[in-house]
Design a protein around this ligand. Structure first.
Ligand SMILES: CC[C@H](O)CC(=O)C(=O)O
Ligand SMILES: [Mn+2]
Length: 339
């Protein structure tokens, strides 16, 4: 089987789980470890991508420009990547990040909105960096729709398109169908990004590889939104067992996970009721903290809010629905009690 390229997104997806509190020193330490281990691509930015530090998404403790600078200065071999969500980031932030030294931009949109990536994928190519299309919430669409969307990204010049399981809602069969359809239809690379709400992040990542994926994502110690991601160190261990030599040092990654990343994590990343109900209902993982907050405020069970968000098929950017739904549910309950 082919050797996949690993992108570690601890310093991007992981920031969702620690309220965007990475410091430049933590970035240096984590990049040093990943780089020494031989991880080829390291993603650094606000969890919601460049310029994500806002009241809606959550403010970064340290400006992401400083974090990206720290990463670029520290990495000796790895390419530094950033995430970019059109509308949250603008061309200005993309240009600035390229000036600082990022070599890969991952342009993320809901998986039916590939047309809005055109100007940013084209800009990235003009600026001489790699452009990756990131089809978020890929569980919501069948393979044929993802193929159409991925082909648009390919036509804009993308070097790779990712199937992104933002809600951790896919099972291995769904991953295989989507990744193999993209592989068949595209002449560029295909990637896969997992979340662990159903306990399948590593299994799904391996299923993606078996279906032909060229690029895979992980985070150290699974640090990521919601139930977390596929742990980079576990992916490497599984690949070793499959006799796929990524050239990445498992022992350096395990030490990094244990000694550097674990102490930063406020609470262990587990599949608790809220994460499981989020994955089961197919709700975007980054909604978790907002849902918990709203549930507390309105004395609700977070599962009720997750189920309703799932029914309404909320997508990234619709965080304001969470409070609306909580308010509606609370009103309904009060009405029932009075009746
Ligand atoms: C746009 C932010 C989001 O966290 C991207 C991502 O990692 C996902 O959809 O899983
Ligand atoms: Mn993610």
């Amino acid at each position: 089987m082919k050797i996949p390229r690993l992108t570690d997104t601890t310093l991007r997806d992981g920031s969702h789980a620690i309220s965007y509190s990475f410091t430049a020193e933590q970035v240096r330490e984590i990049v040093r470890g990943l780089d020494k281990a031989g991880v080829p691509v390291i993603e650094v930015s606000h969890g919601a991508g460049l310029n994500g530090s806002t009241i809606q998404q959550g403010f970064s403790k340290t400006p992401e420009v400083e974090l990206i600078k720290a990463a670029v200065e520290t990495a000796e071999h790895a390419k530094i990547a950033s995430l970019f969500v059109p509308g949250i980031g603008t061309s200005e932030e993309l240009k600035e990040a390229v000036e600082i030294g990022i070599k890969v931009i991952r342009v993320a949109v809901h998986c039916t909105e590939a047309d809005v990536t055109e100007q940013y994928i084209r800009l990235a190519k003009e600026l001489g960096i790699e452009a990756v299309g990131f089809l978020m919430m890929s569980h919501t669409q069948p393979a044929e729709v993802l193929v159409e969307q991925a082909k648009l990204m390919e036509s804009y010049g993308a070097d790779c398109v990712y199937v992104v399981d933002s809600a951790g809602a896919l099972v291995p069969q769904g991953v295989r169908e989507r990744v193999s359809a993209l592989k068949k239809a595209l002449s560029i690379e295909v990637g896969f990004h997992a979340h662990n709400n159903l306990g399948l992040a590593v299994g799904n990542t391996i299923a993606a590889l078996e279906a032909g994926a060229d690029q895979l994502d992980g985070t150290v110690r699974a640090l990521g939104a919601g139930a977390g991601n596929a742990p980079t160190e576990v992916i490497v261990a599984a690949l070793n067992k499959m006799n796929i030599d990524t050239g990445i040092s498992l022992s350096i990654l395990m030490d990094l996970a244990e000694e550097v990343v674990a102490p930063i994590i406020p609470a262990p990343i587990v599949i608790d009721r809220d994460n499981l109900s989020s994955g089961y209902a197919g709700v975007y993982n980054s909604f978790l903290l907002h849902v918990r907050h709203a549930a507390k405020q309105f004395h609700l069970n977070p599962t009720e809010i997750m189920e309703e968000l799932g029914r309404r098929q909320a997508i990234a950017g619709q965080e304001d629905w969470i409070l609306d739904i909580a308010l509606e549910l609370a009103k309904e309950k009060k009405y029932q009690v009075i009746k």
